[in-house]
Each structure stands twice: as structure tokens, then as C-alpha cells.
Write a protein that binds this ligand. Structure first.
Ligand code: NCD
Length: 349
């Protein structure tokens, strides 16, 4: 693995090694505190972030590396109209790894085509968020001891929640998991994620009532309604506040239920429910730092190499206004089957 654009670039044995490294870091942090001394990481956050940005920065510093970057591109040359390719080529010349969050779908893949150093996707619009998935899998391993045979409920904004997309794509690779997808009709999982579930033959159901399924779940992954991805405030308000995990619903859950959330949460978990020991999302956030340490440690020691080759075939025309190809004119339109290589939405052929 050279870049981390989504979890599927990683073989399960690479995941295993990464997880073992994270555990070793948790057990023996002092052994790693200088392991990346002299290395430099850039964190380019074009969109707001607390956990992802800080956990990467903390991860780099705890390995002895240093960090440069921006939070909001307003203070960088992006505000002067610089394209992503030029920003990435420049920054890649200075650092040993780039961690990027960007509002456009497919932006991380595009960045990897311009970068001589590893690129980590820290969220590309409403598309993917693989390092949150690494965090989620680490939490499941630490708190449940397995990634197999779980009934996983995922509730909230399944359409726009990138953490949901990456998590589902990852969990279908482990045997005997079942999925209960809890959302309103408007916020169901997108077609490309549904196809992955179907292709894997993973049992999944789409339901609207959270309380009705609580007693069956081993894991409940709550998510925020992604206000910033809606066309209008009005459209957001129609979906907001529908799913709230409160004490009454939690009381219906198994005694060893695990409640996770990528955070930030808004109003989808009450303060009373928050106090339940089955809610493990702050532990989850902390595990995220350790698995990101393992990731940076693995990627940064690789050195420089020619930028990635674009995959797929040239052709098609992406109609998705949020796709990175809509704004970066140096990118060839590319497809895999009838889907855009970058954002995975259906193409006009
Ligand atoms: C998530 C994200 O940015 O997609 N947050 C995170 O990285 N922990 C979830 C969210 O914003 O709702």
C-alpha cells in the first residue's frame, strides 16, 4: 500500500499488520517516540475537522515527526485559484506524507496522481473516510475482540456519511457480518455502496425504526445528519432530529451492545444515554490516534516514488457536481464500468 484512498487498497494481511503495530504502539509508546524523527507530515484540511486533524497531528508528533499544514484553505494559495495538482506537487516536495481532507468526492485519489509521497484520504466530501474506518475497526477489535459474525446497525445519514460508506465497504470483507441500515427513505446508502454489499453477498436490511431493531444489534454506529451536504437548510431540517438514541432505546439493547459514533455528534444521542458505559465513542476517538500512528509510521518510512498511475479507462463524463473532475480540469474523465473512477457515481455514457 502506497497511498490510503480507501480501505480496499489494503489487503487483510496489511490490515492485520497495521493493527498489530497499533497495539504495540499502545503498549510501548516510548519505543516509537523517535521512530519518525526528521520526518515531516503535511495536514491539508480544506474542510473543518477536530478529531481527524488533531489525531493525525498528535500521531505524527508522538512518533517524533513534525507537522505543517492548513485548516481551511483560505490562508493558502488555494484562495488565489491554485489547482489541486500544483498545491500537492509543491507540498509533496517538502514533506514525507500528505494527509488531506477535501470537500470534493475523489479529491484524495486525484491528489495521489500528483504526489511523490504517500497521500492519506482524511475525508473526500460525502464519499469516503478510510482512516475513520481504521479507527472503527481498531475499536471493534479492542472492545469486542473480533471483526466477524457481528450484527451491525448503522443509523442516521447513510447517504452523505462518508464514514458509513468506508465502514460498510470494509466490514463486508470479514466473514458473517450482517447489517441493519437504519435511515429515512431519503438518506439511504448510495448505489455504489449497495452494490458492494450485494456483490459480497452480505445480508443487509434497510429499516426506518431504530427502536424496533435495538435488541438484535451487537454494534450500533450512530451518525450525524450531514447538514453541510444538503442542498438547502430546509432540506436538512426535514431530516434533522428524527433519530435520537435515548435511555429508553438503549434499555432495549443487549447488555454488551457497543455504541460507536465517528463524532462530532449534534442531537442524535441524549446526555443521559451518553453516560451509558456501552457508549464507547470517546475511547474510539483515542484509538484513532494510535492506528493513525501505525499508518503514518508505515507510510512515511517508504520514501519518495513516482506519483500513482490513474486506474480505470479513459472516457465517460461525470455529472456529479461534487466530483473532483468538476473543478480540476487537468484530470481525464475516467471510468470503471459505468461509474466515475473518482467519485463512483454513475456516468453519462
Ligand atoms: C466524520 C467526518 O468528518 O466525516 N467525523 C470524523 O472524521 N470523525 C463524521 C461527521 O462529520 O459527521
Amino acid at each position: 500500500m502506497r497511498h490510503l484512498i480507501d480501505f480496499d487498497q489494503m489487503s487483510l494481511s496489511e490490515w492485520d499488520s497495521l493493527y498489530r503495530l497499533a497495539e504495540d504502539i499502545m503498549n510501548r509508546p516510548a519505543a516509537y517516540q523517535d521512530s519518525c524523527r526528521g520526518k515531516l507530515v503535511a495536514t491539508l484540511f480544506y474542510e473543518p475537522s477536530t478529531r481527524t486533524q488533531f489525531s493525525f497531528q498528535a500521531a505524527a508528533m508522538r512518533l517524533g515527526a513534525q507537522v505543517i499544514g492548513f485548516s481551511g484553505a483560505g490562508g493558502s494559495s488555494v484562495a488565489k485559484g491554485e489547482n489541486l495538482k500544483d498545491t500537492i506537487r509543491t507540498v509533496a516536495g517538502y514533506v514525507d506524507a500528505i494527509v488531506m481532507r477535501h470537500p470534493s468526492e475523489g479529491a484524495a485519489l486525484a491528489a495521489s496522481l500528483a504526489s511523490e509521497v504517500p497521500v492519506v484520504n482524511a475525508g473526500d466530501g460525502g464519499h469516503l473516510h478510510p482512516t475513520q474506518t481504521l479507527t472503527d475497526l481498531t475499536t471493534l477489535m479492542k472492545e469486542r475482540g473480533t471483526l466477524e459474525g457481528l450484527t451491525v446497525g448503522i443509523c442516521g445519514d447513510l447517504k452523505n456519511g462518508r464514514t458509513v460508506h468506508s465502514l460498510l465497504k470494509a466490514l463486508v470483507r470479514f466473514p458473517n457480518n450482517r447489517f441493519v441500515l437504519i435511515s429515512t427513505a431519503n438518506l439511504r446508502i448510495p448505489a455504489y455502496v449497495r452494490e458492494v454489499l450485494e456483490a459480497a453477498g452480505a445480508p443487509f436490511e434497510e429499516v426506518t425504526d431504530l427502536a424496533a431493531v435495538m435488541d438484535r444489534l451487537d454494534v450500533l454506529y450512530m451518525t450525524r445528519i450531514q447538514r453541510e451536504r444538503f442542498e438547502s437548510e430546509e432540506a436538512y431540517k426535514k431530516e434533522a432530529g428524527i433519530y435520537v438514541l435515548d435511555k429508553r432505546k438503549l434499555d432495549l439493547g443487549k447488555r454488551d451492545l457497543l455504541v460507536l459514533h465517528p463524532l462530532p455528534k449534534v442531537d442524535e444521542i441524549t446526555h443521559e444515554a451518553d453516560a451509558d458505559p456501552r457508549c464507547r465513542y470517546f475511547e474510539q476517538a483515542r484509538y484513532g490516534m494510535f492506528i493513525r500512528m501505525a499508518l503514518l509510521h508505515t507510510l512515511m518510512l517508504q520514501g519518495r516514488a513516482a506519483p500513482a498511475e490513474a486506474g480505470g479507462e479513459v472516457g465517460g463524463s461525470c455529472r456529479n457536481p461534487r466530483c473532483i473532475t468538476a473543478t480540476e480540469d487537468w484530470l481525464d474523465a475516467r471510468r470503471i464500468g459505468d461509474r466515475c473512477l473518482y467519485c463512483e457515481k454513475e456516468l453519462a455514457l
